[in-house]
Write a protein that binds this ligand. Structure first.
Ligand SMILES: Cc1ncc(C[n+]2csc(CCOP(=O)(O)OP(=O)(O)O)c2C)c(N)n1
Ligand SMILES: [Mg+2]
Length: 344
């Protein structure tokens, strides 16, 4: 039995030190994404949503390598990162369904997940936006004499945005404690990487900014964590940023309206053979942490927990319209200090 069902983001984060919990969290992420897809079909979700099934090892590998006090920025494809960092399934599903139980009280929606307790800044729809913000968070930490680092997670397409280049340049010049993590899933919206990007490996761009550029098998949570540990240690030593490229793949289309018919035949099947949950489960069986045949019961147990969270969400009301103006500024009189990241 694991403690994934805890309602405390911090407790859920700390639980990730445990190998079985790491596997459970990857399964939880997959189950939540599957449930969100179904909630869409059932008409419970407004707008769009961007699933990251297939990329679970990146989320869990990162979350287990950093402290809850560190700061993370990511994008609309951030449900998995939020769960890995500690946001509860009800917090994520509730936010996507626009219910008060959601991690932003139902006001943010799918692309604006947030949890100050575990350092998750509000996720952003504007690609590349999180990179300079991570630099700012790192500068703030340094100015306050804190040991905190910032991690910015973004996609391969975002590596063609000006903010990517400005942020890497600035972080290198100032030796900022930032880890730039590019999730290279081969596509930016409906465009294959070769049609938008003249290099095969995003990591090579680190050379221009005189920082280490590392290519990692993003389907293997241990390899993700190993690369993260080196980059995090370098950042904490004051030696500056690292660019890590995670080679990974999203099983679904860009967003829920995209059937991904632009993918070459056989590509999805080839990636499914290197499924991050299967890879990690096999390793845990080898290590004796998981019983042979233990994966399916764990999946069933986790799916049930996600189902219970979904039921809780569907019982939760939508926020009052008047709430829209309630979190405009943490610094304003009566502002809710829970959202004031900068006082940390
Ligand atoms: C500044 C900006 N330009 C364009 C868009 C439209 N847009 C949304 S997602 C996307 C592709 C991003 O691809 P990638 O960075 O590889 O991330 P992925 O969706 O694969 O995780 C684009 C161009 C945007 N959101 N922001
Ligand atoms: Mg991409």
């Amino acid at each position: 039995m694991t403690i994934s069902n805890s309602n405390s983001p911090l407790a859920r984060r700390e639980a990730l030190a445990n190998r079985l919990e790491q596997l459970t969290r990857m399964i939880e992420i997959r189950s939540v994404e599957d449930r969100i897809q179904k909630l869409f079909a059932e008409g419970h979700v407004r707008g769009s949503t961007h699933l990251a099934s297939g990329q679970e090892a990146v989320s869990v590998g990162i979350a287990r390598s950093i402290d809850p006090d560190d700061i993370v920025t990511c994008t609309y494809r951030g449900h998995g990162h939020a769960l890995a960092l500690g946001v509860t399934p009800a917090g994520v599903i509730g936010e996507i369904c626009g219910r008060v139980i959601g991690c932003a009280g139902g006001l943010g929606g799918s692309m604006h997940l947030v949890e100050p307790e575990v350092g998750l800044l509000p996720t952003a729809a504007i690609i590349g936006a999180g990179l300079p913000i991570a630099c700012g968070a790192a500068m703030a930490a340094r100015a306050r004499g804190k040991d905190r680092i910032a991690v910015s997670i973004f996609g391969d397409g975002s590596a063609n945005i000006g903010a990517f280049h400005e942020a890497l340049n600035f972080a290198a010049i100032r030796k900022l404690p930032v880890v730039f993590v590019c999730e290279n899933n081969l596509y930016g919206e409906y465009t294959r990487i070769q049609l938008s990007t003249p290099v095969e490996d995003i990591a090579i761009r680190a050379t221009s900014y005189n920082m280490p550029g590392v290519i990692v098998d993003g389907q293997d949570a241990d390899k993700v964590a190993e690369a993260m540990a080196a980059a995090v240690a370098r950042a904490r030593r004051g030696e500056g940023p690292t660019l890590i490229e995670m080679k990974t793949y999203r099983y679904s289309g860009h967003s829920r309206s995209d059937p991904a018919t632009y993918r070459p035949a056989g590509e999805l099947d080839a990636w499914l053979k290197r499924d991050p949950i299967d890879i990690f489960a096999s390793r845990l069986i080898e290590e004796g942490v998981l019983a042979a045949g233990g994966l399916e019961p764990l999946k069933a147990e986790t799916r049930e927990a996600v189902e219970r969270a979904t039921a809780e969400v569907l019982e939760s009301p939508a926020p009052d319209l008047g709430e829209i103006l309630s979190h405009i500024g943490a610094h304003s009189a009566g502002g809710d200090q829970r959202w004031n990241f900068w006082s940390r």
